[in-house]
Design a protein around this ligand. Structure first.
Ligand code: FAD
Ligand code: NAI
Length: 472
C-alpha cells in the first residue's frame, strides 16, 4: 500500500496484555507498533480498573481505620473526616502517573505508539483511524489482538455512568458524592471491592447475588469467612436472588428481585445501583471476523497454545481470549506471545495464576479449590492455620482470617492455597512460586520464615497439611 509503514509486529490494544507484548517484542529486536484508541496507554487496568480501584480501596481503608480502629490502638484523632474530591484527585494522579509511565517505556524501547482505532483490513494490514482525524494503514508481518473486555450488560437495565444512577465499574470509580444507599448486582470481585469503597465512606451497601456463595467460585471455606467479615462491616447480602429489572424513578433506583428458588417479587430502593455481573470480550469495530478470525460461543477469540488464531499471521492475548480476566495473566501472555513471534518459546502456567481481592482483609488464592479437587476425585490433604495463632497478626491486631493449603495426599505436592487476611495479596506470591516449582507442603514447612511475620502462618498451614502445626 502506498505510504503505509511496515512492522514486524502491530499490537492492537495498549492494555497490560498489549503494551507488555509490544515492549517485549521490541526488546527482542522486532520492529513494533501498538495501536490504542483510548487516548492513554494501560488499558482497562490502568485507566478504569486495577489502579484507580486500588487507590480508592487503600485510601478509604485508611479513613475507615482512622475512624473505627485507631482509638483502640491508643491513637487519638479528635475528628476524622474525608474529602472525596481530594481522594478522587489522588486516584487520578496515580492513573496519570502510571499511564504516562507506559508512554515513556514505549519511547525507551522504541515502540511506535499509534493513537487511534485499529481495524484489521487483511491478515497483514491494520487501518488506523487516528484520534486526530487522520486515516492511515500499517503493514505487519504479525498482528496481535489485545483488545480486552468490557462490562457484561444486564439485559433490560440501562447503564448511564454520566448520570451516576445505574452504573458499571467505571461509574463506581467516579461518583461525585457518597450515596446513602448503594445496591450492587453481583457479589463477585468488582461488587465486593467497589461496594467496600462506598460502604467505608458511609453508604449502606446491599448486594444481590444469583448464587449461594460470594466471590465467584472461590474456595467455600474462604467464601464463608469472607462473607462474615463483610457482614460485620455492615455489608448486606441477598443471596440466591434473581434480579428481574431496575429503573430510575426520580432520583431513586428501584430494583425488582425474587428468590432463585421461587417466591414473591420484592422491590429495593437505592440512590445508586452498581451492575457488576462479569465482563465480556471486546472486539467491536476490530474487523477480526471479517478477515477470518474464529470466535467461540462466548465471543472469545479462539487461540491455540501459542496464541495463534485461525489466521496464521494473527495472534491474540489477554481478556479477549480464554482464561481468567486478570492483568497479570494478560501480561504473562504478552511476554510469551512476543517470545513466540521472535522465534523462541513462551511460557504461561495457567495453574499458577493468582487471584486477589483487595478488600480488607484481603483474599488471595492460587491453584485448585477443595471443591474442584473433590469433584475431580483427587485424594487430598488440607492444612489450615488461623491468623489468631500468628504472633505478628496478634501483635498488630490483624488476626482475622486463615491460610488454607491443599495438597495431593500421596505426594504432598501443593495443589491450592487460599488465604483470607491482612496482606494476603502479597503472601500468595509464596504459594505461586511453590506451585510453579512443584513444591510439597513439607518443602515450605522446612523453609525458615522470618519471625514475627504474617508469612509464618503460611508455613504453619503447610506444616498442618504435611503433619501438624505448632502454634494451634
Ligand atoms: P484491556 O486492559 O481491556 O486493554 C485493551 C485496550 O485495547 C483498551 O485500552 C482499549 O481501548 C483498546 N482497544 C480495544 N479495541 C481497540 C481497537 N480496535 N483499536 C485500538 N485500541 C483498541 N485485574 C487484576 O489483575 N487486578 C486487579 O486488581 C484488577 N482490578 C480491576 C478492577 C476493575 C474495576 C476492572 C474493570 C478490572 C480489573 N482487573 C484487575 C482486570 C484487568 O483490568 C484486566 O484483566 C486487564 O486490563 C486485561 O488486559 P488486556 O490488555 O487484555 O485488556
Ligand atoms: P465476577 O465474575 O467476579 O462476578 C460476577 C458475579 O455476579 C458472580 O458472583 C455471579 O454469580 C453474579 N451474577 C451474574 N449474573 C447475575 C445476575 N443476573 N444476578 C445476580 N448476580 C449475578 O465479575 P465482576 O465482579 O463483574 O468482575 C469482572 C472481572 O473483572 C473479574 O472476574 C475479574 O476477572 C476482573 N476483576 C479483577 C479484580 C481483581 O483482580 N482484584 C478486581 C475487579 C475486577
Amino acid at each position: 500500500l502506498p505510504g503505509s509503514k511496515e512492522y514486524d509486529v502491530v499490537v492492537v490494544g495498549g492494555g497490560p496484555g498489549g503494551y507488555v507484548a509490544a515492549i517485549k517484542a521490541a526488546q527482542l529486536g522486532l520492529k513494533t507498533a501498538c495501536v490504542e484508541k483510548r487516548g492513554s496507554l494501560g488499558g482497562t487496568c490502568l485507566n478504569v480498573g486495577c489502579i484507580p480501584s486500588k487507590s480508592l480501596l487503600h485510601n478509604t481503608h485508611l479513613y475507615h481505620q482512622a475512624k473505627h480502629d485507631f482509638a483502640k490502638r491508643g491513637i487519638i484523632v479528635p475528628e476524622v473526616g474525608f474529602d472525596l474530591g481530594v481522594m478522587m484527585k489522588a486516584k487520578e494522579g496515580s492513573v496519570t502517573g502510571l499511564t504516562k509511565g507506559i508512554e515513556y517505556l514505549f519511547k525507551k524501547n522504541k515502540v511506535d505508539y499509534l493513537k487511534g482505532s485499529g481495524k484489521l483490513v487483511d491478515p497483514t494490514t491494520v487501518a488506523v483511524a487516528g484520534l486526530d482525524g487522520s486515516n492511515s494503514t500499517v503493514k505487519a508481518k504479525n498482528i496481535v489482538i489485545a483488545t480486552g473486555s468490557e462490562p457484561t450488560p444486564f439485559p433490560g437495565i440501562t447503564i448511564d455512568n454520566a448520570a451516576g444512577k445505574i452504573i458499571d465499574s467505571t461509574g463506581a470509580l467516579s461518583l461525585k458524592e457518597v450515596p446513602k444507599k448503594i445496591g450492587i448486582i453481583g457479589a463477585g470481585v468488582i461488587g465486593l471491592e467497589l461496594g467496600s469503597v462506598w460502604q467505608r465512606l458511609g453508604a449502606e451497601a446491599t448486594t444481590f447475588e444469583f448464587m449461594d456463595a460470594i466471590g465467584a467460585g472461590m474456595d467455600k471455606d474462604i467464601s464463608v469467612a469472607f462473607k462474615k467479615v463483610l457482614e460485620k462491616e455492615g455489608m448486606k447480602f441477598k443471596m440466591g436472588t434473581k434480579v428481574k429489572g431496575a429503573e430510575v424513578v426520580g432520583d431513586k433506583v428501584i430494583l425488582r428481585h425474587e428468590p432463585v428458588k421461587g417466591g414473591p417479587e420484592e422491590t429495593y430502593e437505592c440512590d445508586v445501583l452498581l451492575v457488576a455481573i462479569g465482563r465480556r470480550p471486546y472486539t467491536e469495530g476490530l474487523g477480526a471476523k471479517e478477515v477470518g478470525v474464529a470466535f467461540d460461543e462466548k465471543g472469545r477469540v479462539k487461540v491455540d497454545k501459542h496464541f495463534a488464531t485461525s489466521v496464521p499471521t494473527v495472534r491474540c492475548i489477554g481478556d479477549v481470549t480464554y482464561g481468567p480476566m486478570l492483568a497479570h495473566k494478560a501480561e504473562e501472555e504478552g511476554i510469551a506471545v512476543a517470545e513466540y513471534l521472535a522465534g523462541g518459546h513462551g511460557h504461561v502456567n495457567y495453574d499458577a495464576i493468582p487471584s486477589v481481592i483487595y478488600t480488607y482483609p484481603e483474599v488471595a488464592w492460587v491453584g485448585k479449590t477443595e471443591q474442584e479437587l473433590q469433584a475431580a476425585k483427587v485424594d487430598i490433604k488440607v492444612g489450615k492455620f488461623p491468623f489468631v495463632g500468628n504472633s505478628r497478626a496478634k501483635t498488630v491486631e490483624e488476626a482475622e482470617g486463615m491460610v488454607k493449603i491443599i495438597t495431593e495426599a500421596k505426594t504432598d505436592r501443593i495443589l491450592g492455597a487460599h488465604i483470607i487476611g491482612a496482606n494476603a495479596g502479597e503472601m500468595i506470591a509464596e504459594a505461586v512460586i511453590g506451585i510453579e516449582y512443584g513444591a510439597s507442603a513439607e518443602d515450605i514447612a522446612r523453609t525458615s520464615h522470618a519471625h514475627p511475620t504474617l508469612s509464618e502462618a503460611f508455613k504453619e498451614a503447610c506444616m498442618a497439611a504435611w503433619t501438624k502445626a505448632i502454634h494451634v
